[in-house]
Design a binder for this molecule. Structure first.
Ligand code: RAM
Length: 535
């Protein structure tokens, strides 16, 4: 290799990197310091079982199984539970935290450690479906079933955090030389959410009241030291879920410091060489992140920042994070592709071309709005022309005037997600939006949303297009459907026609039933009282 060639390579590399957005170690450290200073205290509360329950099959119930109430916990504490017998304690509400079991040996010493098999459930099917053979596409360890050995006359705290409402406990081969009773079971729940500020009008229909409450419970249990996606699984901050949680937080707990902390954490964990924000991170037991990058989640940083500004007026934070927020958008506009684009998981493979195009338009609009609030219009001066050209090109590629729908990909696929983003991104006029949304609601060849995440944006599109009655009915049917099935917290997936849908290789037991991206109807209910509170 000649020097001339090496020089040429060095020049090329430096020109690539001088144009790229890099994050210095000093910058990263400063962002982390801000995030650390905002680490919330977890509020703790101790809960005891309010009852015991038994499982019964019921074809009308969610997933075909439900709990019926059984004997009181006190009667359990007064007797020996025999080998192989099981008790299911009901704690009355969904909880996240640590569980302690205490034994008593009223007549003799405890002869040996007492072994139990313990499992936790968010919904009845968690204790009903066969766990083996395990065919899920994530770790088997997310299923909350453990062997627990309680030492001689000791209280035993299960050494990891558990999530759910129900606890099943089964003694395993107890010693024949002693009689151990379960003296108590306690669940110390944690959350960083404080008091909720959500107040609904007195004539709010009961179903929306319940939906708001279940939303709030969902958000509360996901609010730990970061906004977690699901306290059962994956227990970490995901950019897309965060966008929606922060929004729901603005009308409930208003814990804006947690939002600020998470914004800083995402910024600090971005790829230092490309500036791309990673899709998720965990802060417990130590800060770590996955470098799988979702383009839509990285772009969601901008509207999250904008919402944060609207809620707090905190210009200093927004200015501090403005460049990295804008970089996600600029890179997208300049054709950089992240390794994944998410938008939704649904039973049918989604073509995401139309959604990504229109979502980018939506992010441009949010960036322009935020820029004008913080006096940074110069930074967005090229956006208006880009938006105009994207609209023109997008209408040509995706708007099917004859059918009145958005079509995506070579198979001209029509989906609620594509239509939602065409409305929210401003690709369509008001009249066209209404027409496309009606198509999305009523035509049989439309791909429906799979996740509550995608459903959120569909509702927002209905509202923005002026289809208030449809939005109200949709929230009532979708989230209200979960409430009617007994949800304490909203689920990761709810597909009314397929209760067992799971994106984890169809292995339903991995699903989470307190899931961040499902917590948003409270936002709609509070933000649009004329639609949901009968004002
Ligand atoms: C999951 C989580 C999370 C979601 C991503 C895409 O593992 O459910 O909520 O944002 O996938």
């Amino acid at each position: 290799m000649t020097y001339r060639f090496l020089f040429f390579v060095a020049m090329m590399v430096s020109s690539i990197f001088s144009e790229a957005f890099t994050i210095s170690e000093a910058q990263r450290r400063q962002w982390l310091e801000v995030a650390d200073s905002l680490k919330p205290e977890l509020h703790k509360s101790v809960h005891k079982p309010v009852g015991t329950v038994e499982l019964t099959e019921d074809p009308t119930a969610f997933q075909g199984v439900r709990f019926i109430s059984s004997v009181s916990p006190d009667s359990i504490y007064r007797r020996r539970i025999s080998d192989g017998e099981s008790v299911i304690f009901d704690f009355g509400e969904h909880l996240v935290g640590s569980v302690t079991i205490e034994l008593s040996n009223p007549w003799m010493m405890q002869d040996a450690r007492q072994r139990f098999f313990v499992s936790f459930a968010e919904v009845p099917s968690d204790l009903h479906m066969p766990r083996e053979p395990f065919t899920g596409s994530l770790s088997r360890a997310w299923l909350q079933d453990f062997q627990v050995d309680v030492d001689y006359n000791e209280k035993h705290t299960i050494p990891w955090r558990v999530t759910g409402r129900y606890m099943k406990i089964t003694p395993v081969s107890p010693s024949p030389y002693c009689v151990s009773f379960i003296k108590s079971v306690e669940w110390e729940a944690t959350t960083s959410a404080g008091r909720s500020h959500c107040r609904l009008e007195s004539n709010t229909p009961e179903i929306f009241r319940q939906i708001a409450k279940v939303s709030e419970n969902t958000l509360r249990d996901c609010m730990q030291t970061v906004y977690e996606d699901g306290p059962k699984r994956d227990q970490r901050l995901w950019g897309g879920d965060f966008y929606l949680q922060a929004l729901a937080n603005t009308v409930t707990f208003q814990q804006h410091s947690l939002t600020k902390r998470c914004l800083y954490l995402l910024a600090a964990c971005a790829d230092p060489l490309t500036g791309q924000i990673n899709s998720n991170l965990a802060d417990t037991p130590r800060l770590q992140w996955q470098s799988n990058q979702f383009q839509d989640y990285a772009l969601a940083f901008m509207p999250t920042l904008d919402d944060y500004f609207d809620a707090t007026g905190d210009t200093a934070t927004v200015i501090d994070l403005w460049d990295i927020a804008r970089h996600q958008l600029d890179a997208t506009i300049d054709g950089v592709r992240w390794n994944t684009v998410f938008f939704d998981w649904c039973p049918v493979e989604l073509n995401k071309d139309a959604a990504l195009h229109c979502y980018t338009m939506y992010i441009i609009k949010r960036a322009m709005a935020l820029a004008s609030k913080i006096g940074r219009n110069n930074d967005t001066s090229r956006y208006a022309a880009i938006l105009k050209s994207m609209r023109r090109r997008g209408r040509k590629s995706f708007w099917d005037e004859a059918r009145g729908a958005i079509v995506s990909g070579s198979s001209r696929q029509i989906s609620r997600t594509g239509i939602s983003w065409a409305v929210l991104g401003g690709l369509l006029s008001e009249k066209e939006s209404k027409r496309a949304l009606r198509y999305a609601l009523y035509e049989a060849d439309v791909i429906k949303c799979g996740t509550p995440y995608a459903n959120h944006f569909f509702v927002q599109a209905l509202i923005d297009a002026g289809l208030a009655k449809e939005a109200r009915n949709y929230v009532e049917e979708f989230w209200g459907g979960m409430v009617k099935h007994g949800a304490d917290t909203f689920w990761e997936f709810y597909i009314p026609e397929d209760h067992f849908f799971s994106s984890y290789n169809g292995y339903t037991l991995l699903n989470s039933y307190c899931h961040a991206w499902s917590c948003t109807p409270v936002y709609f209910i509070v933000r649009y009282p004329e639609i949901f509170q009968n004002v």
